[in-house]
Design a protein around this ligand. Structure first.
Ligand SMILES: *Cc1c(COP(=O)(O)O)cnc(C)c1O
Length: 399
């Protein structure tokens, strides 16, 4: 029996009970204009050709799908393949989306771009595409993240962006996002908000997913070329969830013939401070969408914690909440220590220093591969490289 094709969100931006547009009156028009422009762009061959050309010549796509033989042998089981998003220009998958959105901004005639950033990867990607197209760029970043991610702050400045420190709340990604939304509300005419993950109000989760879906599309073609068949398991780390959905979206209709697994940050442990909103969160509204949230019993948003700033967010993309509920994707977690150890293992076996975010998925991949037969295939999305994390790595390993 075949399932009906996967189709989400609905016309109002709902993924089951999740998603939607929980926004003040003053943002309704912004969101509607953006959706209309996006739908036109999708059907415009010139837009698609321009994006495709830049993804190839500027970002460096397609990124390789690499058979990590030494890592596979060490794990002892399935063949592990790495989708090398770490080789994208600027060092992570974020640029796939930033490039798509800056092209939308240009179509809409907007000259001023704003963005939020956590680890700084989305800020760098946005500052990069703004330099490329000579646009004004303002990046909101929590003071705590500015401290943790100094090299990325310097990169943004060098690229000509203004980095605005956010001093409210936990001074991390959640607060930077709130500040960016406020700016967008106050400057609806000339400003385009480039959001960095599949979060926020409709149509953002859909737009960001579609721009990141290139990851899964390439992976399907590449694994068919390498192995002549689809993988058994595909895994990716989940912060807001953009690299994961970008990988999974292409394969949703292949479930249950293959298994999709998202890996959240368990931080110091699921009973302590963590960022596992799907595993431990409850439904609630954050940044304009119904999602799963880390919150107190009376609905106060809790501070998330992860050693990787890119996973340090108390909410998660609404589509992941829906995929969890429908059982199409399962979600697990890896803690700070496990991520650090996986990062070291990958460096020593393959000569690849990945981002701490990606290392959460690598941890799961190694553990899972060991339970699988040698003729099975596991693909892990290596969302970024570890240059930005060297400070944390040096501290943690006493290097
Ligand atoms: C930002 C980031 C993430 C987390 O964001 P998602 O939207 O969940 O993909 C993961 N890995 C890297 C390298 C990042 O920069």
């Amino acid at each position: 029996m075949s399932r009906s094709p996967y189709s989400a969100p609905d016309s109002r931006g709902h993924f089951g009970m999740f998603g939607g547009k929980f926004i003040p009156e003053t943002l309704i028009k912004n969101a509607a204009d953006l959706e209309q422009e996006y739908r036109q762009a999708q059907n415009d061959p010139v837009f698609r050709e321009t994006l495709g050309r830049l993804l190839r010549d500027y970002v460096g796509r397609p990124t390789p799908l690499y058979h990590a033989e030494r890592l596979s042998r060490m794990a002892g089981g399935a063949a592990i393949y790495l989708k090398r998003e770490d080789l994208c220009h600027t060092g992570a998958h974020k640029i796939n989306n930033a490039l798509g959105q800056v092209l939308l901004a240009r179509r809409m005639g907007k000259q001023r771009v704003i963005a939020e950033t956590g680890a700084g990867q989305h800020g760098v990607a946005t500052a990069t595409v703004c330099a490329l197209f000579d646009m004004q760029c303002i990046v909101y970043m929590g003071e705590e993240d500015i401290r943790r991610q100094a090299p990325n702050v310097a990169r943004m400045k060098l690229l000509g962006a203004e980095v605005r420190p956010v001093t409210s709340g936990s001074r991390t990604l959640k607060d930077a996002t709130s500040e960016a939304i406020r700016d967008w509300m106050n400057n609806p005419e000339d400003t385009f908000y480039i959001i960095g993950s599949v979060v926020g109000m409709h149509p953002y989760p859909m737009i960001v997913r579609d721009f990141q879906a290139v990851i899964g599309k390439e992976t399907r073609t590449q694994i068919m070329e390498h192995a002549g068949r689809l993988p058994d398991v595909i895994t990716a780390c989940v912060g807001g969830g953009s690299n994961a959905i970008g990988m999974f979206y292409e394969f949703l209709e292949d479930v249950p013939a293959l298994e999709l697994v998202g890996v959240e940050a368990a931080g110091e442990g699921l009973e302590g401070k963590h960022a596992a909103s799907l595993t431990k969160g409850e439904p609630g509204i954050l940044h304009g969408a119904m999602t799963r949230l880390l919150q107190t019993e009376d609905g106060q948003v809790l501070e998330a914690h992860s050693i990787s700033a890119g996973l340090d967010y108390p909410g998660v993309g609404p589509e992941h909440c829906y995929l969890q509920e429908t059982g199409l994707v399962s979600y697990t977690s890896a803690n700070d220590r496990e991520a650090l150890d996986a990062l070291k293992t990958l460096a020593e076996t393959e000569g690849i220093i990945c981002a701490l975010e990606s290392a959460h998925a690598v941890h799961y991949a190694v553990r899972r591969a060991a339970t699988m037969t040698p003729d099975s295939i596991l693909v892990v999305n290596l969302s970024g490289r570890g240059d930005k994390d060297m400070g944390t790595i040096i501290e943690s390993f006493g290097l």
